[in-house]
Design a protein around this ligand. Structure first.
Ligand SMILES: [Zn+2]
Ligand SMILES: [Zn+2]
Length: 333
């Protein structure tokens, strides 16, 4: 098959990804083979490629095929697989597999499994014509959504869904979403669906325009956020950027006894005052995925995504790095 293969960790401008032939995946007894239709380009893919995740042990080995927001059609079944069919359209998320035995797996919070296997980091991902995945970690895709749009549900959609749940957003809350990209554009919608008033904040006018289209009550540049919050202090702030300036903005504007929800990871110096709760959130669970896909199947989510040929992946990642992608870019083999 053809794939975008990561052979070495380096800045994306140095061309560490190569579009080339790669061995087809061989499915195990409990796995399915997907013919990939679409795979979203995530900011964390860029971090992986450039070596920023080495401190977290990612990737454990090279070469690796990145990509963890995948939609495809089932093209092969392991001998034990009975619950899905050849030809069925399914998605694969960030979490490729978990242990199934630990306290988190048993309580339905398998995103926290210490043995979780991450798609495109521990095992080959979706920047390819084919991908294999365990049969119990693929999810039927609603018929009313295109491949390109649906791919975005499997990382940004579910990450935003869980972030809004973890922030415990309620009717009447004043929610500020900082960082309106692939994930943030879903958080705006989930917070609105909860009945909150939503302020979208970004450094880009184009992202703010998108936030307005998606129903944000206010959409403001980050340079104007302090002044805005002076008369409209949010009690929940949802962070989708690890930029220190953005996180410090959150600590300045959030109401006392409010919540800052960090749906990002990393290390940043942050100033604190007053009394607030800092809550973190990571990816999403199977339960989150099913709930979010149900909302999508009911037509209650709008997706801002655009497809590009898989062979142009490096170019797209460069544009993502430069902040020039509005919504989500998706690669199509
Ligand atoms: Zn992602
Ligand atoms: Zn586990």
């Amino acid at each position: 098959m053809k794939a975008l293969v990561l052979d070495r960790l380096a800045p994306i401008e140095d061309g560490p990804l190569e579009y080339r032939s790669f061995d087809d995946p061989v499915v195990g007894p409990d796995e399915v083979l997907l013919k990939v239709s679409a795979c979203g380009v995530c900011h964390s893919n860029l971090h992986l490629i450039e070596g920023d995740l080495k401190v977290y042990g990612m990737p454990p080995a090279l070469p690796i095929i990145p990509g963890h927001e995948v939609v495809g059609v089932i093209a092969g079944l392991g001998q034990n697989v009975k619950d899905v069919k050849i030809g069925q359209r399914v998605g694969v998320s960030v979490i490729w597999k978990t242990c199934g035995r630990c306290e988190y797996c048993l309580s339905g919070d398998e995103n926290l499994c210490p043995e979780r296997v991450v798609t495109g980091e521990h095992v080959d991902g979706g920047y390819a014509e084919y991908l294999k995945a365990p049969h119990d970690f693929v999810y039927p895709v609603p018929d009313n959504i295109s491949d390109v749009d649906a791919a975005t549900l499997f990382c940004p959609g579910v990450t935003a869904y869980r972030a809004v749940e973890r922030a415990d957003v309620r009717p009447g809350d004043s929610v500020m979403v900082i960082g309106i990209g692939g994930v943030g554009h879903f958080s705006v919608q989930f917070a609105k669906l909860k009945g909150a008033r939503v302020t979208a904040v970004d450094v880009s006018e184009a992202q703010l325009e998108l936030a307005r289209e998606l129903g944000a009550d206010w959409a403001i540049l980050s340079s104007e956020a302090d002044e805005f919050a002076g008369s409209n202090r949010p009690n929940k702030v949802i962070m989708h950027t690890p930029a220190p300036a953005a996180i410090n903005l959150a600590t300045r504007v959030v109401k006392n006894r409010g919540t800052i929800l960090m749906a990002v990871f990393g290390q940043v110096p942050v100033g604190f005052g007053g009394e607030v709760s800092i809550v973190t959130s990571m990816a999403g669970t199977k339960k989150d995925l099913h709930a979010m896909l149900k909302l999508a199947s009911e037509g209650r989510l709008k997706v801002k995504a655009k497809g590009y040929p898989l062979s142009e992946g490096t170019e797209i990642l460069k544009r993502l790095k430069a902040g020039k992608i509005v919504g989500r870019a998706v690669l199509v083999p």
